[in-house]
Design a protein around this ligand. Structure first.
Ligand SMILES: Cc1cc2nc3c(=O)[nH]c(=O)nc-3n(C[C@H](O)[C@H](O)[C@H](O)COP(=O)(O)OP(=O)(O)OC[C@H]3O[C@@H](n4cnc5c(N)ncnc54)[C@H](O)[C@@H]3O)c2cc1C
Length: 255
């Protein structure tokens, strides 16, 4: 939360060496911020950064920008932070050891639901809900902890916009039961890192190269579209100013 961000900012004032564990959007954003603060930064990642979240095309654009700004990327099968506050280090599964003055991890999140034990609700993991966010007719679960039916199966979609839409849907369902409409959620993702900004609407990750609605390949400003088999496309704006509703419209038909 904000406390972590403020503490990190204070620690970066002396420009320490930094190792970030985790090549997802948060790890990459943190690495970007540390580099911009003048630190030497190594990112430790399982597979290429961002590939699971964005797919190869967009991941490659960000990785190139990150390397150009001086990020060192180390791939490993698994990394384990070790040591105390004064001497943190990261042990790699392959046997290497990375030392740094600051080690940060952004290696995924786990729903903290143990406190539900004894309540009659599922405890100790994601809380499964129906298409209206209900665990049972009088109880809703929404946000990062809720696993709901999607085109890719019942799963969590831990994004801000997802939490908001789930909450609206569940509130209606608590009041009107099955007369309330089910969740109609279209993912919206954004990130800013290594001098690039990305807004994307639709089901990420995307495979293969995009259609260029505006701009061209190379990592410069571009408006892109990946048509989907089911008629629903993914639309993405890289360093490109566009209102989100227009990006949403692009997922339905060519702009
Ligand atoms: C560093 C970071 C960056 C992110 N960046 C983005 C982004 O760029 N775009 C995006 O879409 N999403 C982003 N996310 C994800 C987004 O923040 C979450 O999807 C969203 O906050 C989920 O909302 P939520 O209400 O489910 O959970 P939270 O925002 O985590 O809120 C849960 C609340 O419940 C409280 N709580 C927990 N347990 C209990 C209890 N037992 N009793 C009472 N209260 C309790 C917590 O204190 C907290 O206030 C980011 C997340 C992180 C951590």
């Amino acid at each position: 939360g904000l406390d972590d961000a403020l503490e990190l900012r204070a620690r970066l004032a002396d420009k320490p060496s930094v190792v970030v564990v985790g090549g997802g959007p948060l790890g990459m954003e943190i690495a970007s911020g540390c580099l911009a603060s003048g630190c030497a930064v190594t990112l430790v990642t399982q597979g290429p950064p961002l590939i699971l979240q964005l797919g190869p095309h967009l991941a490659e654009v960000f990785v190139r920008a990150a390397r150009e700004r001086g990020l060192t990327i180390v791939q490993t099968a698994a990394a384990r932070p070790e040591g105390d506050e004064g001497t943190p280090r990261v042990i790699l599964a392959e046997g290497g050891v990375l030392e740094a003055e600051v080690v940060l991890t952004a290696a995924g999140d786990v729903p903290n639901t143990e406190w539900l034990a004894g309540s009659g609700l599922p405890a100790g993991g994601p809380v499964p809900v129906d298409a209206r966010g209900l665990v049972r007719p009088d109880v809703a679960a929404v946000g990062d902890l809720a696993a709901f039916p999607t085109v890719r199966g019942v799963r969590r979609v831990p994004l801000w916009s997802s939490a908001i839409e789930q909450a609206k849907t569940a509130a209606r369902a608590l009041l009107r039961g099955t007369e309330a409409p089910p969740l109609d959620f279209q993912s919206y993702f954004w990130t800013e890192q290594f001098g690039l900004s990305l807004k994307a609407v639709g089901d990420l990750p995307v495979e293969g190269p995009p259609e260029y609605v505006d701009g061209e390949p190379g990592g410069g400003p571009a408006l892109m579209r990946w048509p989907g088999a089911d008629g629903a496309a993914v639309a993405a704006a890289l360093d490109y100013r566009i209102p989100v509703p227009r990006l949403r419209r692009m997922t339905k038909a060519a702009a």
